[in-house]
Design a protein around this ligand. Structure first.
Ligand code: ATP
Ligand code: MG
Length: 441
């Protein structure tokens, strides 16, 4: 992509409405634009990041055996009356009346709808286990939308729903999501800690929130420092190995980690003082096991092998996909801008032509640009006629992991400069060697 033609409305000044760094940087880097309170348009740069995060979520859901579908954003109120949540949900739910005076709503979550889909199609023990998920926009009319995409009113969520015959099977489904979540967040460069959590209005009795520690987080959390040290990607996971998956969950849950609502002072005090962490956290995911809370009222039952029918055992599992864009920035930035982890970066390389009017610089830059594109490397090519200072500032602000700088002085010796955004480390390299950094396997 050539920056001269790219829609990237960056801001030099800090926007006054943004209270936290991720919101400031997303606005300054031209990633999003507010449409109305808590509702955002995703501009090209931001949309690329959103899609990359979504793809990691998708790959890890699929790897765990979950299956993707797509449910609508607009739902009928009737199902919510069946479950009893239509009145309980309160003002957070956006209620709509259609031209036939039918009550509709913009879905804040999908337990009712997925249960309705399942009950119409699945009748026996042979039809489970299943885990169905989608990645779809939600609307919650939050009292205080704030911090940009972190607490929006319209936001993108991955929500999965598991269906099982027995509590033991449901536990395995829960464990699989637990492990898939650990891997998902680790792949984004985040240290997300599973913490015992309240089940809230969704109900049920087994629940963990996945929290990343950040001063701007809205939750107060407590944990043992050991929980921060585990590496979820250290070993491959066989999701069909019940005991193996359970042992990963056990390892994490044996270390104290809880949100405010579930905090246990005595257990916390038992942690050696040097390992106690009391901090703010951002909730990026939340998993629940709630048994037959929805299947009972909605009549989603399965016939057991002996013919007896029982309500299907369910769990639900959310990830805040759009919130993650902000959360990753909270975890990874410096005073010059965003520092994207490679796995979610909008482009891998920023190619900077320092002197657009210079024939040699433009020729070399053009060749590098073509070679990277031919190798399938995503590159943003700054071919604008701007000062070097302005170009470096833009590159640092938008945080691409690598910058390749082509200037007249280096080029006279056949060299370009490769800069790593995270460390600031610079290296002068022959063009071929610089290209090989990205194209070599
Ligand atoms: P919170 O406690 O932050 O209000 P929640 O418990 O209501 O969230 P869930 O119903 O568990 O949220 O939703 C699953 C995930 O969706 C959350 O873990 C969070 O990452 C994300 N999420 C929830 N509400 C919002 C919102 N208003 N804006 C952006 N993301 C959200
Ligand atoms: Mg929650």
């Amino acid at each position: 992509m050539r920056l001269s033609t790219y829609f990237l409305p960056t801001l030099r000044e800090n926007p006054s409405e943004a209270q936290i760094v991720s919101h400031r940087l997303m606005l300054r880097a031209g990633m999003v634009r507010q449409a109305s309170a808590g509702i955002y348009s995703w501009l090209p740069l931001g949309f690329r990041v959103l899609k990359r995060i979504e793809q990691i979520v998708r790959e890890e859901q699929d790897a765990s055996g979950a299956q993707e579908l797509l449910m609508p954003t607009i739902q009928s109120a009737d199902l919510w009356r069946e479950s009893g949540r239509y009145d309980d949900y309160g003002k957070e739910m956006l209620r709509i009346v259609d031209r036939h005076e039918r009550d509709m709503l913009y879905g804040p979550t999908n337990e009712e709808l997925i249960t309705d889909i399942f009950r119409g199609a699945s009748k026996s023990w042979r039809d489970v286990p299943r885990n169905l998920y989608h990645i779809q926009w939600k609307f919650r009319d939050e009292v205080r939308p704030r911090f940009g995409v972190m607490r929006g009113r319209e936001f993108l969520m991955k929500d999965a729903y598991s269906f099982d015959l027995t509590k033991e099977d449901a536990r395995h489904s829960y464990n699989k999501m637990f492990v898939a979540y650990l891997r998902t967040f680790a792949r984004m460069g985040l240290k997300a800690i599973p913490m015992q959590a309240d089940t809230g209005p969704i109900g049920g009795d087994l629940s963990h929130e996945f929290i990343i520690l950040a001063d701007t987080g809205e939750s107060q959390v407590y944990c043992d420092r050991d929980a921060i040290e585990f590496d979820p990607l250290a070993e491959a996971v066989d999701f069909d190995d019940r005991a193996g998956v359970q042992s990963i969950v056990d390892r994490w849950t044996s270390v104290y980690a809880a949100t405010d609502e579930k905090h246990d002072e005595a257990a916390y005090a038992a942690i050696p003082e040097g390992r106690r962490v009391s901090a703010r956290g951002i909730e990026v995911g939340h998993i629940f096991y709630f048994g037959s809370k929805y299947s009972k009222p909605l009549g989603a039952v399965l016939a057991k092998p002996d013919g007896e029918t029982v309500p299907v055992e369910m769990g639900s599992y959310g990830i805040g996909v759009s919130r993650l864009v902000g959360a990753i920035i909270e975890a990874s930035h410096d005073d010059r801008g965003i520092v994207w982890p490679e796995s979610v970066a909008p482009f891998r390389v920023g190619l900077v032509n320092l002197r657009v009017g210079d024939a040699a610089c433009s020729e070399a830059s053009g060749k590098i640009y073509s070679a990277l594109r031919a190798a399938g490397i995503e590159v943003l090519y700054d071919d604008r006629d701007e000062s070097p200072g302005a170009k470096f500032a833009t590159m640092d602000l938008i945080g691409l992991p690598w910058q390749l700088v082509v200037g007249p002085r280096g080029l006279a010796q056949g060299l370009v400069e490769l800069k790593e955004r995270r460390t600031g480390a610079k290296e002068d390299l022959p063009i071929d060697a610089a290209l090989a950094r990205f194209t070599a396997a």
